[in-house]
Design a protein around this ligand. Sequence first.
Ligand SMILES: [Zn+2]
Length: 119
Amino acid sequence: MDYKKLIAAIRLCGSTPGVEQCKKCVYWEDGDIYRCIPKMTAEAAEAITELLAYKEQKEIAVNPFEDDDPYIECCGICKSGEYLRNEDGNRNVFCGQCGQKINWDALDALSDGEERKGK
Ligand SMILES: [Zn+2]
C-alpha cells in the first residue's frame, strides 16, 4: 500500500473535487463513486489498522539493558544506548532511536546501586 497516494486521495475526495480532478486520483473507476470511494476507504481502514498495530507494539515497554548484561544501558529493541536519556541525563519514556517505550522500572528493580555505563 502506498500511504502517500492514499493520503492524497483522501484529501482530494474530502475536498469535493470536480470530475477532472477525480480522473487524476489513483482510485479513479471511470466516474463510478460506488467503486472508487469504497476501494479507497477500505485501504484507508487497512492503513489505520496497520498504523495502530505499529503504535501499540511501540507502547510495549522493553528493558533498558541487555538481558545478559544489565550493566549496559540500551534499548531492548534497537540495542542503542545513545538515546535513552535526554541531554540532561534524564530518562526518556521512549527510545529516541526506534521509538520503543522503555521499562525503567525493570532497571530500578535490579537495585544494586551501581552506576551503569552507556553503550
Ligand atoms: Zn530503541
